[in-house]
Design a protein. Sequence first.
Length: 150
Amino acid sequence: MRREKVTDIQNEQNKMAFTPGLDKLIRRVADAAFAAEGVTPRLVSVVVTDDAAIQTLNREYRGKDTPTDVLSFPLYDEDGTLDADALGDIVISLERAAAQAEAYGHSLEREVAFLTAHSMLHLMGYDHEDGEDEMFARQEAILAGLGLTR
């Protein structure tokens, strides 16, 4: 029996429709990220929210009192390695994703997929300071493998 890698996706906003297609897309991108990076699949919790809620989290955890598109919260064991059972949490502002999709001239689906791939890489240890170009190339490769190019 196939184990779902992303087993907990919750829609906690009511400003936009969160369709079954978006739910399926997030799962596909997470699965593709695990495969592309050779990381053993494990639980990823995804919360879909709005700008106000993500702004609160951004202020609380990053000291930035502004909405953002996505936040990533990796889970580590006491020894500093990624948790064997749960990779971490992703929070996506669907409201921000829609605004960015419009600004960039692509679909909401493409933007949600991009944010999911980006966050998955953060959960796996990538960061902007150590290799933004490499991270960008990896997320684009993940999306291209799913046929989600610009």
